[in-house]
Write a protein that binds this ligand. Structure first.
Ligand code: UD1
Ligand code: MG
Length: 457
């Protein structure tokens, strides 16, 4: 664990022009949460709890979402060096090590953060996290002499020879706390982009006689998100990580590549997940659950031994208790399906409770919204709801009660009662036969009649 002697500055103010988006780049979602939140979680796991997040003005109204971390607003985006300067101007930092992390680098792990900080502590003015990406493209290049980095040259300013360098800057660096401010305040913007590059502090540190070392990490951790394609690649890498962890923990994924997990998906053991299933944020699944594939879950809890899907949708607030069954084309929202209850076909259950052991017939709808208010439907234990019922909320079906098929239930049903709301059936003997004969005679007459061939003048 990295001690409280480390302070982190997270740069998250860039708009990310290459994303072509109204949403600031670092707020784009990866595996169920914004990229910058992955960075903050990685820092937290590494024991770095003191930090400041540099944000752009468009995120100012949401600065509370970063709590307990304070934010500093960079109004004119004059580059990564300028962003660090704003953080230093607005924050009282007295730590020995200042870690600078870019908010568009969500794959970074806590182990690597710890490794970097340790190396800087062994006497470096700056320790950089470097990597060798398959396509160095727009990354800054490390110009190295022996074990020292002389300077970083940004791709836009690099000579053709410098562009051949494959060792690139990940943007993550650990800097000596008592030197950082001096170096950052000496940055100039005489470069291709007319920006204050943070990366220029390397040359300044070297000129100051400080040591500047680097450690290499893997692209799977250090790739930055600058485009939508980068975003998709980051998603792919995180999904591989999460799927592997799930399988290692005792979950069978029939077709791992078609199962999408979130950063906080929680699994018990001996779970089976069929193909094409999406676990949005806030989902937990207990032991021995079978998920039959083609499902979509968000903020939902699935209890032990439950069977869900195929084609089930659990929306926020869905709680499927132990041994309950949720079948195909069933949508559950803000509702508890109690132990052993069955909701197996073509049904919407919203704002409701389905009591223990109850059975909900195919095509049942809880009519929970009248255009103004959401109301609650309570289905008692061991109740049986007939197929194609509409339960008009607020309404309560008592324990053990039955509703007839096709019922529109507007009044509470007492326990153990049967509620029938459709008109009694009237069987008219032989009328179907007579009707069919009449239609057949009509069709035959039409066929026999001479055709009108007059096409007009
Ligand atoms: C930066 C590095 C480059 C490195 C790459 C790694 C610089 C000058 N270049 O380039 O050497 O290889 O990251 O991914 O640092 N930001 C601000 N304010 C600004 C500009 C940027 O907060 O004025 C934030 C962005 O939100 C982003 C991070 O800083 O999270 C990096 O900015 P970005 O524009 O993505 O820099 P790169 O071109 O990727
Ligand atoms: Mg970037």
């Amino acid at each position: 664990m990295t001690s409280a002697e480390t302070f982190a500055i997270i740069l998250a103010a860039g708009m990310g022009t290459r994303m072509h988006s109204e949403t600031p780049k670092v707020m784009h979602q990866v595996a169920g949460r914004p990229a910058v939140d992955h960075v903050l979680a990685g820092l937290n796991d590494a024991g770095v709890t003191q930090s400041v997040v540099v944000i752009g003005p468009e995120l100012e109204s949401q600065s509370g979402r970063f709590a307990p971390h304070p934010t500093a607003v960079q109004r004119d985006r004059l580059g990564t060096g300028h962003a660090v300067k704003i953080a230093l101007d607005e924050t009282d930092i007295s730590s020995n090590t200042v870690l600078i992390v870019y908010g568009d680098t969500p794959l970074l792990t806590s182990a690597t953060i710890e490794r970097l900080v340790e190396l800087q502590r062994s006497g470096a003015g700056i320790c950089l996290l470097a990597f060798r990406p398959k396509n160095p493209a727009a990354y800054g290049r490390l110009i190295v002499e022996g074990d020292q980095v002389d300077r970083i040259v940004e791709a836009a300013d690099a000579s053709p020879e410098e562009l051949l360098v494959t060792l690139c800057n990940s943007g993550v660096m650990a800097v000596s706390g008592d030197k950082l401010a001096t170096w950052v305040r000496s940055l100039k913007n005489d470069n291709a982009k007319k920006e204050y590059y943070l990366t220029d502090i390397v040359a300044l540190a070297r000129a100051d006689g400080a040591s500047c070392t680097f450690v290499e990490g893997s692209e799977d951790e250090l790739a930055g998100i600058n485009t939508r394609a980068d975003l998709a690649e980051a998603e792919r890498i995180l999904q591989v990580r999460y799927r592997t962890a799930a399988m290692e923990g005792g979950v069978t994924l029939r077709d791992p590549e078609s199962v999408y997990l979130s950063f906080d998906t929680e699994f018990g053991t001996d779970i089976e997940v069929g193909p094409f299933t999406v676990f949005g944020p806030g989902v937990s699944v207990a032991d021995n659950v079978i998920i039959k594939g083609f499902c979509h879950f968000e903020n939902a809890v699935i209890g032990r031994d439950a069977v869900v899907g195929p084609y089930a949708r659990l929306r926020p607030g869905a709680a499927v208790d132990a041994e309950a069954h949720i079948g195909n084309f069933v949508e559950i929202k803000n509702a508890r399906i109690e132990e052993g209850a069955k909701v197996n076909h073509l049904t919407y259950i919203g704002d409701a409770r389905v009591g223990k052991g109850a059975n909900v017939g195919a095509g049942t709808i809880t009519a929970n919204y009248d255009g103004f208010n959401k109301s609650f439907t309570d289905i008692g234990e061991n109740a049986s709801i007939g197929s194609n019922s509409v339960l008009v909320a607020p309404v309560a079906i008592g324990d053990g009660a039955i509703t007839g098929a096709g019922a529109v239930v507007r009044k509470d049903v007492p326990a153990d009662a049967i509620a029938i709301t459709v008109a009694p059936q009237d069987n008219r003997e032989n009328t179907a036969k007579r009707y069919k004969e009449a239609r057949a005679t009509l069709a035959a007459k039409k066929k026999a009649a001479p055709k009108n061939t007059d096409k007009g003048s």
